[in-house]
Design a protein around this ligand. Structure first.
Ligand SMILES: [Zn+2]
Length: 61
């Protein structure tokens, strides 16, 4: 699996929406590829930030 493919699957991978086969491919790639690993860490932080901010926005409006 190529880095570009892996990166397009981050969202589905994070939400456990991938089929087992693809999910384990992504997992395998993340364990061997430093670039994608750090990209995924950045992605996760972004998602967690959004999830934290959303309820706040709702209560404020
Ligand atoms: Zn990669």
């Amino acid at each position: 699996m190529k880095c570009k493919e892996v990166m397009t699957l981050f969202s589905e991978y994070y939400d456990n929406e991938l089929i087992q086969e693809i999910s384990s491919e992504v997992k395998k790639h993340l364990s061997i590829c430093e670039g994608c690993k750090s990209e995924y860490e950045t992605f996760k932080k972004g998602v967690q930030l959004i999830k934290r901010l959303k309820p706040l926005d709702v209560s404020r409006s």
